[in-house]
Each structure stands twice: as C-alpha cells, then as structure tokens.
Ligand binder design. Sequence first.
Ligand SMILES: Cc1ncc(COP(=O)(O)O)c(C=O)c1O
Length: 449
Amino acid sequence: MSTIIYPTTNLKHTETLTVEKGEGVYIYDNKGNKYIEGLAGLWCTSLGYGNQEIIDAAAEQMGKLSYSHMFGGKTHQVGMDLSEKISAMVPVDNAKVFFGNSGSDANDSHIKMLRYYFNAIGKPEKFKIIARDRSYHGVTVASASLTGLAPNHTHFDLPIDALGILRTDVPHYYRGKLDGESEAQFVERITNNLENMILEEGPETIAAFIAEPITGASGVIVPPAGYYEKVQAILAKYDILFWADEVITGFGRTGNDFGCTTMGIKPAMMTLAKQLSSAYMPISASVIRGDMYEAMIEPSSQVGVFGHGYTYSGHPVACAVSLKVLEIYERDNIFAKAADVGAYLQSELQKFADHPLVGEIRGAGMIGALELVANKHTGQPFAGGVIGGYAMQACQNHGMITRAVAGSSLAFCPPLICTKAHIDEMMMKLAKALDDTLAYAVKEKLLVA
Ligand SMILES: Cc1ncc(COP(=O)(O)O)c(C=O)c1O
C-alpha cells in the first residue's frame, strides 16, 4: 500500500484498480485490461483522453506563460478571453466570473460572494441558503454542508447550522411520493413545503436556493414537470436567488448547453467545473449576475481588497485548455451530437425496464441511471449499498467503468464524444453485469417477495 489517503474511498478497501493510460473513450489498467468509460472519469472527461489539440494548447501555454496570478490588478489575456467566453455562454445576466480550481471551492466562493453582496446592499441578515436533501455540492467544509448526503456528513461535525443551511425535499417522485399521490400532487406538496419553510425562517434571512438542475451523485434525479416553474415562482416572490450548481450538467451534458436550459431555469448564479476543461486541467468558475458584482466594488475599495482568491485562480494553463475545449465544443458541434447520442442512450437504457432488478430508469441527454431494487413491483430498496457496489464491479469485470451512486443506482455519464456504437458496447456489458448481479442477489437471498 502507498502512503496516499484516498478520497471518497472505503479506507479498508483501497488500490483496487491502477489506471495507466487513456485513449479516446477507453482507459487501460496496469495489467493491460481495457475499459470503456461509462462515467467520463468522474462525470468530466467530455472530450475523452489524449486529445492532441488540447495537449498542444496546454504545452504552448506552458511554454509561453506557465503561471501568473490574478491578485492585486494582475491579469492575462487567456484568462480574460475565457471569462468573456463563459459570460457569453451562460444564461446569467451580465455574468461575471470568479475562477477557482474545483467545484467544491467554487461553491465556497459563491457562499462568500453571497455574504459579501448582501452585506454590501445592507442586508447582512440575508445569508441562509436552502439546499435539497440528497444533493451533492462538494466536500470542503462549506460545500459539504450544502451537500445533503449522509456519507459526506458522518464523523465530520460540519457547521451546517452555523452556515445557515436549510434543507428542503429532493424532487424524486419515485422515492418520495405518498400512496396514491400523482406527480402533480407531489410537486404541489414539496413546493408547499418549500414555501412554508421560507415563511417560517423569514424570507428576509434567506439569500439563495441551490440546486443541481439534474442531480448526479444522488442518483441522476430529473425533477417532475412543473417543479422548477413552481420553485422559481416562490423564490421570485420572496426575493431569493436561484443558484444552479452545473458542475456536472454544464456544457452539453443534458441535451443542451446547460442543465438550466434543459429544465427551464433562469439562474442568478452558476457553478461550473469538470467539463469546462474536459478535466484536462483543474479549473472552476463561480458565475454571478452583473448587478451583484457591481455592488461588491465599493466595499472592496473601502477595505482595499476583495479579500478572496486562490493562488491558482485563473491559472493560465487551465484557462488555455478550457478555451480550447470550448472552441472544440462549438466548432465540432459537440452539444448537438451529444444530444443525438444522448437520446439514443436514454432509449437503450429504457430497454432494461423489464429486468427483474431495475426499479426506475432516469436521465436526460448523456446522463442516466438505473435504480436497482429488491422488489420490482413495490420498489423496495436493497438494504445497504451492497448491490450497487456489486453491479459496479460486475460492469468493471466486463470492461466498463460506471459508478454506483446513492446506494443502489448505477450511473452513466459517457464522454460527449461517444458514438451510438460506443453506447451499444456499453449496453452489452451492462446486460451481462446486470445478469451477474441478479445471480448474486438470488444466491444471497437479497430479493424481497
Ligand atoms: C454538482 C456538483 N457540485 C460540486 C461538485 C464538487 O466538485 P469537485 O469534486 O471538483 O470539488 C461536484 C462533484 O462531483 C458535483 O457533482
């Protein structure tokens, strides 16, 4: 065993796969085994591995200016170009961009900018943030507090209350519905819950509502029709900002440029990372509305500095790589192609509807999940996370990387450059893995009659 403390890993079960190289939509381990990427790394390698144009862009920038910071008035052209490009792409009015290194730190930056902004406009009491149950927003102290998943909270004693984080329902009809409740009634009930919580807390104390337009780590939950419409109407009524965490859904993942477009959301703030650089370099962007930024200028001048920034905020190599990635998205029509292949992925996943283990199939565009259940007819979940882990390993045994999320859901998030033939290859492996998993569940008596 090496001396690494592994991230998001059972520390009793480390170093199970050593990845050695990547090519296109495949990775290879140190024993020469080949795997198709069913999850684009961690929902991020949109353009696959070994893209020479991106490698050249990085090398060229390293040769020209390998590092320069952005503190105290310094800037560089490649950073300004990237910021302009992002501002022009996002559905945020007069968007301004703060650069960071990861989705987690970008969400932290957003919390700090929210506080800065509301202090600036004389509303210091307006700092609470509504986050949803089962959401995933990262793992720094603040972003893990936004996250609504137990494994990211347990043993960490996070300052959830101190940060003013409130929790509302996850819009997952399959798991959250009451007996006999229609989808429309479910939406009505959970949005009423949201409004009641806002009234109980006091709208004047709540700054923002954060949501992944379509979730990732909580099992790829696509909210029912009408949900975001109702949520946005409530937020507008009480002057609460919509903050879209697009770390997974940004850049062509859900069949459109952004998850907000797919789900009809008009956000005031947006978190971007992952596919911004196709994961060739770590970089994130915390995007806010122009008027929010304008309000922050004077207070920074009083202090002498906007006292927030990272050594690597706007790292020139990460910016050059991201600019090249955005250029490729546009030039090669990547989002439209991914929408086409994504529709195919969704229809192929639906073919598993009759499999005895499959309870619900969810997704949009190039992201999807199968929820595996102990009783197909009642939807009773498997106890613990054993089945998800087993199915994920079975996929790996058949040469495909995927990811078990939220216990027993198997997630798919292939690179955007995948073809329909790649999807066919994945589905063939999935069929075998599901049959292996069913045999295991029968043998271990895990199915419930
Ligand atoms: C929606 C969302 N937000 C934030 C994050 C955190 O990003 P990072 O792992 O880059 O810190 C993730 C990571 O998967 C995510 O899915």
